[in-house]
Design a protein around this ligand. Sequence first.
Ligand SMILES: [Zn+2]
Ligand SMILES: [Zn+2]
Ligand SMILES: [Zn+2]
Length: 171
Amino acid sequence: MTKEPPKFIIKYTSLNDEKALLEQLVLKNPFFSTTSPKVLFKIDINKIDQYHWVIEIPPSAFKAVERLGFVYLGLGKHRLLEFVSIKHCKNCLEYGHTTKKCTNSGGRCIKCGDQKHTEPCSLRCFSCHKKNGSNDGSLELFKTDHRVASDRCPEYRKQERVARSRVYHGN
Ligand SMILES: [Zn+2]
Ligand SMILES: [Zn+2]
Ligand SMILES: [Zn+2]
């Protein structure tokens, strides 16, 4: 299996233009003038003028970029973290595909995992509830009081490990 090059995410920038981002990266961070980063995409985080950016770097530069931890852009200092892409569907809440590719009709409530509804409900992780079996609850093995696809979910962390193992991190 060919592995993917590493990706990093630059958090909370005010730059919404790819060219400007690359320019600032190279200008303010000497490291990137010798390592050619590739800008992959921008994540709109629903805050005014704030964006995350995902970049790809050569595997040989992984350790050095990880060590940086921050980049300078404009007048600010921005966190730089490894980005692991996990396919999780916001429609049916399953892993392995994204909402755009979802073939399941209807969709599930992101909070409780039941079929979409309008009544108020309480938090119950769809993945963990499913793993516990549908025989309602008395023998719960996994805690379900967290959001699906969040850092607190063991299934999410497993998916993260699998996704991370597909990346080539250099020697
Ligand atoms: Zn789906
Ligand atoms: Zn619900
Ligand atoms: Zn869970």
